[in-house]
Design a protein around this ligand. Sequence first.
Ligand code: PLP
Length: 229
Amino acid sequence: MVKENLIQVQNNIKAACEKVGRNQEEVTLIAVSKTKPIPLLEEAYNAGSRNFGENKVQEIMDKYPVLPTDIKWHMIGHLQRNKVKYIIDKVTLIHSVDSLRLAEEISNQASKKQVEVDILVEINIAQEESKFGISRIEAFQLIEEIAKLPNIHIKGLMTIAPFVENPEDNRKYFRQIKELSVDIMQKNIDNVSMSVLSMGMTGDYMVAVEEGATMVRVGTGIFGERNYN
Ligand SMILES: *Cc1c(COP(=O)(O)O)cnc(C)c1O
């Protein structure tokens, strides 16, 4: 089941790339495995997945030691400062940085452990009350401040678009993220790259790819519905 789903998602990404003349290699598929048990992650791994996304520190801690070491773990959920120390040397990318205080803690812990940590800045593109992330206006100042910190490197932007029935409704938001990344890039800030755009989930990843996503985060479309009970 997981294998078939993965092939389907990969084919959809390929089709979306072809539609707009992009190379499929530009897009990394992150298998969002939150709440899912180890055997399902192993199925995805055996089918070729190497990038996994989790939104809870505890779940990364539980899964990290029992799965193959060539997996790249992505922290995609809201991160509390007091938990940074547990995952700092386990994750390949933290997608959800939305404050200077969090970035400072990441920088501190990274310096302590002598690692370099890549992060994305999370933008709440539709300004939804229920979501974390900062506004487009706030992004410039926050990025300039984070850029000065040691052992932490901004690689791009992440957004969680609204939940919609019709993915076309989110096209404008993906376009705005792409435009924002170009505006930030033009500022030529030291230690800031905009090579990663993490946007698009099960409901809208094809539209996101058409609008320039370089990472899509797909959970349900690979592992099936989540059960939170
Ligand atoms: C759960 C989650 C996803 C995956 O959502 P699906 O709709 O199941 O694909 C992607 N990004 C974030 C930040 C998530 O928390």
